[in-house]
Write a protein that binds this ligand. Structure first.
Ligand code: GLN
Length: 248
């Protein structure tokens, strides 16, 4: 039996707009296929073991919570998280969690908060909230061939990508990374970052399956593909949202 361990980093501090829903979607979609799933919380003062988990999830948080945990992140978990990222562990990092994976966040008062630096991106606080439904398109999404991802964003930080990091997708409706360059999210190795919150994976089962497939292939070299599920309800909901937001 395949076994997958999910690590939920700072679940008590980073969990905005139902980010937990992403863990539930991953868990259910694996259980429905007979895969043994365990979810482990790792928060302040607790060690992160880079060898112990196949998927790492980091949710969104307000600037206040991000500030509280930075000390722990940089002094207790930095090296282990770098090890996991470079070792191609699958990561899903949402909004505040996405920002923390980058090099720094420049706050509204001009203070530069050093972040993990596992990915070459940075965030600058803006004076406008980038909020609302988000539709973006991702290339090469095997399980969701139209490539459209529907989500919800709410951030004031504007994120910019440097060399070595590719955007996760292109904005079709909404703001995405910064409301300026048309890109949304970031990809590096098996790290997926996005501004889309907790409804991301429940609304986009193809993306959930992409992450599960990556995790299984990394752990079990003989793994080929996931058994399909009946996603007709999710697909109808997703298509009707795409139509509503983009008039396509
Ligand atoms: N505090 C960050 C911002 O507003 C992230 C917010 C979030 O995770 N929704 O940019």
């Amino acid at each position: 039996m395949y076994q997958i361990s999910i690590c939920h980093l700072y679940p008590d501090l980073l969990n905005l707009y139902g980010d937990h829903g992403n863990i539930q979607a991953l868990r259910k979609r694996m259980e429905w296929r007979g895969i043994d799933v365990s979810v482990h919380s790792v928060s302040l003062g607790e060690p992160f073991d880079p060898e112990a988990h196949d998927i790492v999830f980091i949710g969104g948080g307000q600037d206040y919570e991000q500030d509280i945990l930075l000390n722990d992140l940089l002094n207790q978990k930095k090296e282990a998280l770098f090890h996991a990222v470079e070792g191609e562990t699958v990561f899903l990092c949402i909004c505040g969690g996405y920002q923390l994976m980058g090099r720094y966040i420049k706050t509204g008062s001009g203070r530069e908060m050093e972040c993990l630096g596992a990915l070459n991106h940075w965030t600058i606080s803006g004076d406008k909230r980038l909020i609302g439904n988000l539709v973006f398109s991702v290339e090469g999404l095997k399980q969701q061939p139209d490539g459209y991802i529907v989500g919800f964003e709410n951030h004031s930080g504007k994120t910019y990508l440097g060399e070595g990091v590719t955007p996760l997708g292109k904005v079709v409706h909404g703001f995405g990374n910064n409301g300026e360059d048309g890109y949304e999210g970031a990809r590096y190795k098996n790290v997926y970052c996005t501004y889309s919150h907790g409804s991301l994976l429940p609304k986009n089962p193809g993306l959930a399956d992409e992450l599960i497939t990556l995790a299984l292939k990394r752990k079990y070299p003989d793994f080929v593909s996931l058994q399909p599920l009946n996603d007709s309800l999710e697909t109808n909901a997703r298509i009707s949202l795409i139509k509503r937001f983009t008039r396509k």
